[in-house]
Design a binder for this molecule. Structure first.
Ligand code: GDP
Ligand code: ZN
Length: 377
């Protein structure tokens, strides 16, 4: 829940309306072109349609459900962004301030479950106050696989649970030490983030503690991913981080204790998130946040703090599509004898990826990350 000072600050800062804001976000959205996503999505959708024997993904939706989601073009200026969503009550940042509202009572209650933090919604005035009457179609979504098979009624939620929407950039936060640095975690988050159509940035925090890891970070930079070294403690690299997420909607992902809350506090001092104290035993931070919250730290600049994506399970990716999220492996795959090679050691002498790994041009860690995730799919 936003604090009073927070709301005040936001009111002062936000003079622009949502239309201007959407305009400025558009430019950014076009900037990140990840070639694997469209291919992977098209393939995934084809498989889904074949499996259910339908041509239209939305065939199972009722008319009201279909009408609830509207295209970006159809929205007027009355658009708000969902800052928090809890049990049918929503905090919406609307016309420069936070409003408290519910779903339009004329709509089926279940549609409220579709709305997540980061969603754009249209708001209308009723006798009972302001209500949400439409969900604007999403640009990106970060999701996890829903294991609960009782949600069959809602086709869009059948295989994935959307946690946050319309994120432009995900900052993958790792600590240089304490908790120990594991580049494989970075690889996992890279898959997840890119699967959501979101631009990744790597942030190596706690760099006040140690000055290492240059080699692997340089490798990620070579893959075209921005890498920022920060220290939330000593306020190092914060400006660079702010610059990288300014004018966007960003989310911080990463394991507990790496310093996400501390970084958010540096970016937006009004946030005042509680920083977990690192337990001596595990070296991991304890965390207290329980639900996602969107914070505005500058005009048109949002940061979403979400405990839901701190640790994510497996997602919905076909095995043959996994390499699309490993740009280096995808490029090396042209050297494989068989087009459907999964590079999993079935015929090492015929695999260009394994050859590159043996010759040292593909880091062993990258190959191992790929294989480990492949085995989980
Ligand atoms: P989160 O779980 O990722 O949100 O991590 P927290 O922000 O709660 O931080 C976990 C612990 O790491 C806290 O004790 C912080 O004080 C500490 N911490 C965070 N950032 C830094 C940093 O840049 N340097 C150092 N030395 N400690 C930090
Ligand atoms: Zn291969």
């Amino acid at each position: 829940m936003p604090t009073k000072t927070h709301v005040k600050k936001v009111q002062l800062e936000l003079t622009s309306n949502m239309n201007q804001e959407r305009g400025s976000r558009k430019g950014h959205q076009e900037g990140w072109q990840w070639r694997g996503n469209a291919r992977a999505l098209a393939k995934k959708n084809r498989a889904k349609r074949k499996h259910f024997g339908i041509d239209d993904d939305n065939e199972f939706e009722t008319k009201t459900q279909k009408e609830f989601v509207i295209s970006r073009e159809k929205t007027g200026s009355e658009v708000g962004i969902v800052a928090s969503a809890n049990a049918g009550r929503f905090h919406v940042f609307f016309k420069g301030k936070y409003i408290d509202c519910a779903l339009d009572s004329e709509l089926p209650f279940v549609l409220g479950h579709r709305i997540v933090v980061g969603d754009y919604v249209t708001v209308k005035q009723t006798s009972g106050g302001l209500v949400i009457d439409h969900l604007v179609e999403r640009k990106t979504a970060l999701s996890r696989l829903r294991r609960d098979s009782t949600h069959w009624g809602d086709i869009s939620a059948r295989d994935e649970q959307i946690i946050v929407a319309n994120i432009d950039t995900a900052v993958i936060v790792a600590a240089i030490m304490n908790p120990p640095f594991h580049p494989k975690f970075i690889d996992r988050y890279l898959v997840l983030v890119q699967h959501g159509g979101i631009k990744p940035i790597i942030c190596l925090n706690k760099c006040d503690l140690l000055n290492e890891r240059s080699e692997i970070l340089a490798y990620y930079q070579k893959l075209g991913i921005q890498v920022i070294r920060t220290s939330a403690e000593k306020s190092i690299g914060i400006e660079e981080l702010k610059q990288a997420i300014r004018g966007q909607s960003a989310v911080l992902v990463g394991h507990s204790g790496v310093g996400k809350s501390s970084l958010i506090n540096r970016i937006t001092p009004v946030a005042d998130l509680r920083v977990g104290t690192t337990t001596k035993k595990t070296g991991k931070g304890r965390h207290t946040t329980t639900s996602s919250e969107l914070l505005i730290w500058e005009a048109n600049s949002y940061i979403i703090d979400t405990p839901g994506i701190r640790s994510l399970g497996m997602w919905d990716i076909a095995r043959e599509n996994l390499q699309l999220y490993f740009d280096d492996i995808d490029r090396l795959a042209v050297e494989c004898t068989f087009a459907d090679c999964l590079h999993d050691n079935t015929a090492p002498e015929l695999c260009g990826v394994i050859r590159a790994m043996q010759q040292g041009s593909l880091p062993l860690q990258r190959y191992e990350s790929y294989i480990k995730i492949l085995r989980e799919l």
